[in-house]
Design a protein around this ligand. Sequence first.
Ligand code: GDP
Length: 197
Amino acid sequence: MPVKQAEFFISNSDPAKCPKPDRPEYAFIGRSNVGKSSLINMLTSRSTLAKISGKPGKTQLINHFLIDNEWYLVDLPGYGYAQVSKAEREKFAALIDGYLTSRPNLLCIFVLVDSRIEPQKLDLDFMSNLGERGLPFVVVFTKTEKLGPTKLQTTLETYRAKLLEDWEEVPDFFVTSAITSTGREDILSFIRPLNEG
Ligand code: GDP
């Protein structure tokens, strides 16, 4: 079932100012340019809900969108943008950390990775950190229409093996493309039962 209603709710730079945690919420995060805005627009069937940017690393805000008056989709700032200062990176880490540790209604974090590139230390470290804190997350592979089925399978297996080096279990994987809308129904079908508790 597609999303019926999707509206921008609030942007802020202070986790304490996020909306009252009175609805389930799901956060989307990944390296700058991974395709996060495109995925959010694809999931919500809105072409301009999240801004697609040619300039990665611009948005450093926590954006809440209200979906079907039922749950929040949270667009977190992209990480790993090479051209930011150490001070900015630290500010970013504190913002994300503040967010992740202050939302009792955060039911799952969707960590986006570009399916065309090898597992990156930055992404694996971010996932390890979530795992260590017991924060539930899944991995979303973006831009998969660029890969043939064999290459895609190899990519998924490589990631699985990498994660199994540190963990006994591997989180759920979602294969997506904003171009072909692959993965939309899989992700929405994953979220809906969680909303019902
Ligand atoms: P963000 O910085 O993570 O929000 O990434 P954007 O959504 O702004 O996308 C970054 C770039 O990747 C843009 O040029 C998009 O057109 C492109 N892109 C995003 N999703 C896809 C996809 O599924 N397939 C392909 N081929 N390109 C994509």
